[in-house]
Design a protein around this ligand. Structure first.
Ligand code: COA
Length: 382
């Protein structure tokens, strides 16, 4: 296997982007990444997308996106793993380059959710139709059940959940590409509209449009394109039972734990080596469960860690310096690639007001549905 580097990035702002279609978002981000390295073409394209078919009626995204980038003829594949589609697309590109099959690979994540679709129902198609959705459950509802179980088992409080949103909005306020650049107080979170008890509006990631792109090549060729390559040190992917009721412990995300274990092992690192991480906070409770599954803290203690400021900029392990899904936005198929971009900016020292000083190793964790799939990448400054 060859070492693989990220050599450039491109990203649209995230938000309600009414003026741009799905293909426009992709092309905007892809052009930015290609122009940064002065390359007109690539050997392969992977497009992470959860549900172009249901959101905007568009499937078959590989050839469509290649064509609109002026690259018809290039091998191009759409990758789907619900909200983890972008992260899994990154893994496909990583393996393609590592295996020696392609040299220059474009990995994209793109989603257009604000175009009139019934978003809640489209998202629910990533849950178990027969045992969950048929009975009326939604994604906020699934995560609300996880939150209630975490509260009952560990004594996690509404204040703990609110602390995640307060932190991520504070970080997102420093991110020019974030959907919400406003800080919120714990009181505002805890009095915002109820969505699915105990999760309120300000515990939820929003409905978003956006695209994110990274270009990969073998590490040995990276300096032909950039002075600041970021090595993808390892990649781990795992799955877990789809339905919450089929999991031994709904408060523990097995797929995250397994994916992280694989990434830690093949990367030769431990959780304490990670200096900055982007994690999948689609709802505030998700961030707490993910921190525990990544072994950044003991089971049941992530709320306390967050309230103590340890996961904020300046804390022991800054989490979601981009603002996370909560504040930066969550165009579902784009999220995993956008997470990688934040880590690249951190490791390059280009994160501006959000910079974690001297970060050399970072992690991105992306998750599908209520945690039935998860992918973890570990990155390092070369
Ligand atoms: N956080 C903060 N503010 C939000 C928000 C969020 N998640 N979602 C919407 N808003 C704001 C809007 O900007 C708008 O503000 P304005 O009145 O100042 O313009 C206001 O709240 C109402 O927006 P609206 O679009 O009508 O909200 P909604 O009630 O239709 O949707 C949610 C709110 C929480 C239901 C929706 O964002 C949602 O479904 N989120 C979860 C998405 C999801 O499940 N993703 C996949 C995870 S696995």
């Amino acid at each position: 296997m060859r070492d693989v580097a990220i050599i450039s990035t491109g990203m649209t702002p995230f938000g309600e982007l009414w003026q741009s279609g799905l293909r426009d978002l992709f092309v905007q981000a892809a052009r930015e990444a290609l122009m940064a390295v002065g390359s007109p073409s690539v050997d392969a394209i992977y497009v992470g997308n959860m549900s172009g078919g249901q959101f905007v009626g568009q499937e078959h995204l590989g050839p469509l996106m290649a064509d609109h980038l002026g690259l018809a003829g290039v091998p191009a594949t759409r990758v789907e793993s619900a909200c983890a589609s972008g992260g899994v697309a990154l893994r496909c590109g990583f393996l393609d380059v590592a295996a020696g099959a392609s040299d220059l690979v474009l990995v994209a994540g793109v989603e257009k959710m604000n175009d009139g679709a019934d978003v809640t129902n489209v998202l629910a198609s990533a849950a178990d139709q027969e045992t969950e959705v048929y009975h009326g459950i939604t994604f906020p509802g699934l995560y609300a059940m996880i939150a209630r179980a975490h509260m009952a088992r560990y004594g996690t409080t509404e204040e703990d959940l609110a602390a995640v949103s307060v932190k991520n909005h504070r970080h997102g306020a420093r991110n020019p590409k974030a959907q919400f650049r406003s800080e919120v107080t714990a009181e505002q979170v805890m009095t915002s509209s109820m969505v699915a008890e105990p999760l309120r509006l300000l515990h939820c990631s929003p409905v978003s449009d956006g695209a994110a792109v990274v270009l990969l090549c073998p590490l040995e060729r990276a300096r032909e394109f950039t002075d600041a390559p970021i090595r993808i040190r390892s990649s781990g992917l795992a799955t877990a039972p789809m339905a919450l009721a089929d999991r031994a412990d709904p408060t523990f995300l097995d797929a995250v734990s397994l994916a992280a274990g694989r990434a830690y092992k093949s990367g030769g690192v431990t959780p304490s080596d990670i200096q900055v991480a982007e994690v999948h906070d689609c709802f505030s409770i998700a961030e707490l469960c993910v921190l525990e599954a990544l072994c950044f803290t003991e089971r049941g203690s992530a709320g306390e860690l967050t309230r103590a400021g340890e996961t904020a900029l300046g804390g022991r392990i800054p989490i979601n310096t981009s603002g996370g899904l909560k504040s930066k936005g969550h165009p579902v198929g784009a999220t995993g690639v956008a997470q990688a971009i934040e880590i690249v900016e951190q490791l390059r020292g280009e994160a501006g007001e959000r910079q974690v000083p001297d970060a050399t190793i970072g992690l991105a964790q992306n998750m599908g549905g209520s945690g039935a799939s998860s992918v973890v990448h570990i990155f390092e400054r070369v």
